[in-house]
Design a protein around this ligand. Structure first.
Ligand code: CUA
Length: 335
């Protein structure tokens, strides 16, 4: 009986200690969404179950090894045990109960997490190799950064033109795959103003690990000012509109504007320069070359770069005027 009490106390102490150490407040980043609170609750419950089974096994094993070790001079063989039906029933029924319990709690939480609120704001997210674009249909605004008002539920609708990506802001906890051909969605209500990062959580090609975008959660008055500021873009110069298009459509994921190397040629000093093509010929970079490269990227690959990396969709996704703005921007970075 004394052994039993000591073991129970040890198991309780080890469970509490490890369960606390594994808690979300110790190993996850700051929580910044209402839905994420459910994840953290489940996470702590799992942590305690994990800690309990760890303690149950390790405490009993170590206690037996130390307290019941063989005495000096005792050469008798140990007792022969042939199984214990009661024990087997117990260690089947208890885990079954635990799994069913978590299934129930998970189903209830999932229902709460997916529930829509009346004033939710729709944000359409386009994830493409290797950039994020955020459209706010309610306001007619687009952005390469995710700007959200605090305390208002957002319905994200995700689309991808190429491969599978995954939307993940660790502080919001929930994660959603973005699958070509279908629209997936996720509801989140940011609860803490601050700066975060959305990262792609699905291996999606060469620049997957750079597929990041800034996330800012702000007070709703600041959000309104941001929306207003975005709406004055019509009066920008062509090259300024071009720069914005390049950011929004992910061109900058492969083409830098500062001369550093990336998947595609840098735009700094590109216009007017002489380029050696992969087929051995040389060309002068002018409007006609840029236009051809945007619409039919494989037609004139520059020596040292790979074909088939640049999407061949821009003839359909850009208007004539947008392509002119883009070329004006690239020209402005030239010699
Ligand atoms: Cu997109 Cu990884």
């Amino acid at each position: 009986m004394r052994h039993f009490i000591v073991v129970v106390v040890l198991i309780a102490v080890v469970t509490a200690g490890i369960g606390f150490l594994l808690g979300p407040e110790n190993i996850l980043p700051t929580l910044a969404s209402e839905e994420g609170a459910y994840v953290d609750q489940l996470f702590s419950m799992y942590a305690f179950v994990i800690a309990f089974f760890f303690a149950l096994i390790v405490v009993i094993m170590l206690y037996s090894a130390v307290v019941f070790r063989r005495k000096k001079g005792d050469d008798e063989p140990g007792a022969n045990v042939h199984g214990n039906s009661a024990l087997e029933i117990v260690w089947t029924v208890i885990p079954l109960g635990i799994v069913l319990f978590f299934a129930g709690v998970g189903a209830v939480f999932l229902g709460d997490v997916m529930e829509a609120e009346a004033d939710e704001m729709v944000v359409k997210v386009t994830a493409a190799q290797w950039a994020w674009r955020f459209d706010y249909p309610e306001y007619g605004v687009s952005s390469s950064e995710l700007i959200l008002p605090k305390d208002r539920q957002v319905l994200f609708e995700f689309e991808s033109p190429d491969v599978i990506h995954s939307f993940w802001v660790p502080e919001f906890r929930l994660k959603q795959d973005i699958v070509p051909g279908i629209t997936t969605s996720l509801r989140l209500k940011p609860t803490l103003a601050g700066n975060y990062t959305v990262r792609c959580a699905e291996l999606c090609g060469l620049n997957h690990d750079y597929m990041l975008a800034p996330v800012t959660v702000m007070e709703s008055a600041d959000f309104d000012s941001w929306v207003t500021a975005q709406s004055v873009l019509d009066i920008l110069l062509p090259e300024e509109r071009g720069m914005r298009l390049a950011e929004l459509n992910g061109c900058v994921a492969c083409h830098t504007a500062d001369g550093s190397s990336s998947v595609g040629p840098t735009w700094l000093g590109l216009f007017g320069s002489e380029d050696l093509l992969a087929d051995g010929s040389t060309i002068i970079v002018d409007e006609a070359y840029l236009l051809k490269s945007i619409l039919d990227p494989n037609s004139q690959i520059v020596e040292g770069f790979l074909a088939d990396l640049m999407p061949k969709v821009y003839e359909d996704t850009f208007s004539q005027a947008e392509i002119e703005d883009l070329i004006a921007y690239i020209r402005s970075l030239g010699n």
